[in-house]
Write a new protein. Structure first.
Length: 153
């Protein structure tokens, strides 16, 4: 009986350690996502400020892209928060499936947003818009890589 109790205690402690390790890993990813969320929010405002005269169309399109990706990042962070708060293994398994599907969707959508950013870069006549769009495109790739690297165990 004592061996059974010790065995159960060991399993609980081991599972707790795994959850804490997973939680620390998710916290680091959420921190990186929070920084990117802020960047995309700022990109949207920057492009809106630059959307004047003949630069309106490419700059407004880039602002829309920035705010759409900001929404994806925000949603991903919310999903990770929910996942991190779950302690029941069946609930975590169900959430894991949903979160992986959503992260896959967001990652795939970023491919389109990169193409839109490239079109904005090609169509702009202002070097400042092109430089900011290039930085945003690089951040798009970073966010896509972050989405693809999130591991939920």
């Amino acid at each position: 009986m004592m061996k059974l109790m010790l065995s159960c205690f060991f399993c609980v402690v081991a599972a707790s350690g795994a959850l804490q390790s997973q939680s620390a890993s998710l916290a680091g990813q959420e921190s990186a996502l929070a920084l990117k969320e802020k960047n995309f929010h700022n990109y949207g405002h920057d492009f809106l400020d630059l959307a004047k005269g003949d630069e309106y169309e490419p700059s407004a399109g880039l602002a829309d892209t920035a705010w759409e990706v900001e929404g994806h990042v925000s949603a991903a962070m919310a999903l990770l928060d929910v996942y991190d708060s779950l302690s029941c293994p069946p609930d975590r398994a169900a959430a894991r499936t949903i979160i992986r599907r959503q992260l896959g969707y967001y990652s795939k959508d970023i491919d389109s947003e990169i193409k839109i950013s490239n079109m904005g870069i090609e169509r702009t006549k202002k070097p400042g818009v092109a430089a900011e769009a290039t930085r945003m495109r690089d951040d798009l790739r970073d966010v896509q890589e972050l989405f693809n690297s999130i591991k939920l165990d």
